[in-house]
Write a protein that binds this ligand. Structure first.
Ligand SMILES: [Fe+2]
Ligand SMILES: [Fe+2]
Length: 437
């Protein structure tokens, strides 16, 4: 019986490692599917601070997934693909809800059901693994537990008073059918009359993004100081006071909220993308959320009432009419690649003020943006492949720029000003706030 010495005895010999690898693999799939789906909340919730927080959690989740995969690959049975199994994917896609669902209810589903189950899964891992033999995994999991507990604390203020019991039960049932993310709890098979909402009403992106209580408009850039906050020629006019430029660039930075909202739509639309693409896209997303916070936090310090700053919806409204690889092409190859010369000039002017904080924020913004363009060069071809686009990149980008102009004619400039010009922040008001004249 010499032939029986093949794989079976080896599998038995390595059973302890293989069992822990199986759990690490599940945890990796859960984290990567979490960030692919939780990002649909970014443009659906209205509160900027909540958008920022979700971007941060998605980024931390990408970190968890990355280190789980790195550790997993040290163990032979982890597998070489990034694929998520259907049983896990189905629950996360269910949690996304429909395009018209109440976004806070959907947030509660993620944070009251799916996230606590992730925390429980990590705790289970720690309990069943050998602390000395599997120390490398243990170290990671301990850190992730602390992160997950913090995420739940950080989200709590936004979910106070949100009534989502029925929805949470619906998701709990889907999860109980698996016996938790690791299948380590008693399985409660789904009732025969359980209806997966995703089969009834598949998710579609909302036509516009949510900015909650804040006033909105089409665009914040313009030529008229009585109408628009960022007066384009002022940015490069050497006669413009540097304090005015500083205020205008903070408005510009805060409005990277646009980038957050439309970039976040790309994840759910690319279910088969390699994890590394989603990892870098999540980093991109989190960077933009910090850039937006630069403005959101600094403007009030300079006397600006944020309720007078209209938020622009233009880019989301236009880009959402185009598929994700075209949105990504416009973002990285047009908007970001094209912003460097003006921003460089702005940075030089702001430096006249000896405002170390402003200089720091702008320098990090620039550094991040350089990375985003690099991401674009690396990932645009992969994004195109995800959509079966076979034209050369350059030709595709050119055609997409033309298409954007056409789509803008139909879907652009559709958001009227929430505020009359007397009430909203404009170039003229910025002059006053800056103490010029
Ligand atoms: Fe940015
Ligand atoms: Fe960027």
């Amino acid at each position: 019986m010499a032939t029986t010495t093949s794989s079976r005895p080896a599998a038995g010999r390595m059973a302890a490692v293989n069992e822990m690898t199986r759990l690490l693999r599940l945890l990796f799939e859960v984290e990567r599917e979490f960030l692919r789906t939780v990002t649909t909340l970014v443009y659906r919730v209205g509160e900027p601070e909540l958008k920022y927080l979700i971007c941060q959690h998605a980024w931390e989740s990408a970190g968890h997934a990355r280190f789980l995969r790195e550790r997993g690959r040290e163990l032979s049975t982890f597998g070489t693909t990034d694929t998520v199994r259907d049983s896990i994917r189905r629950v996360f896609v269910e949690a996304v809800g429909t395009g018209t669902a109440d976004p806070l209810k959907i947030t509660a589903g993620f944070y009251h059901v799916l996230k606590p189950a992730m925390l429980a899964a990590y705790k289970h891992y720690l309990k069943v693994t050998d602390p000395l033999a599997d120390w490398p995994s243990k170290k990671l999991v301990e850190e992730f537990i602390a992160d997950e507990e913090r995420h739940l604390r950080e989200i709590a203020p936004y979910l106070k008073g949100v009534e989502a019991r029925e929805w949470e039960t619906h998701l709990t049932q889907a999860l109980d059918d698996l016996g938790g993310w690791l299948g380590h709890e008693t399985r409660l098979p789904l009732a025969t009359n359980y209806v997966w909402q995703q089969t009834k009403t598949p998710y579609t992106h909302p036509e516009t993004c949510n900015r909650g209580k804040y006033p909105v408009c089409s665009s914040i850039f313009g030529m008229d100081p009585t109408e628009d906050p960022i007066v384009r020629p002022w940015l490069t006019d050497p006669k413009t006071d540097a304090r005015v430029i500083r205020l205008m660039v903070y408005v510009w930075l805060m409005m990277e909220m646009d980038a957050i909202d439309y970039l976040a739509t790309a994840f759910i639309d690319t279910p088969d993308a390699p994890f590394d693409l989603h990892h870098d896209l999540t980093r991109h997303l989190w960077d933009e959320s910090r850039h937006s916070q630069f403005g959101f936090r600094q403007l009030p310090k300079l006397g600006v009432d944020l309720m007078t700053v209209e938020q622009s919806l233009e880019l989301y409204n236009i880009l959402i009419q185009m598929p994700a690889h075209e949105r990504y092409a416009m973002m990285t190859m047009e908007f970001e690649a094209g912003s460097f010369p003006t921003k460089a000039h702005v940075m030089d002017r702001v430096r006249e003020l000896n405002d170390f904080e402003a200089d720091t924020l702008l320098a990090f913004d620039r550094n991040d943006e350089q990375n985003h363009v690099r991401f674009g060069h690396r990932w645009l071809p992969e994004m195109m492949a995800q959509f079966g686009e076979t034209r050369p990149v350059e030709e595709f980008v050119k055609a997409t720029q033309e298409k954007f102009k056409e789509v803008a004619k139909i879907h652009g400039n559709k958001t009227p000003h929430s505020l009359p010009k007397e009430k909203r922040l404009t170039g003229d008001k910025i002059l006053k706030l800056a103490g010029v004249n």
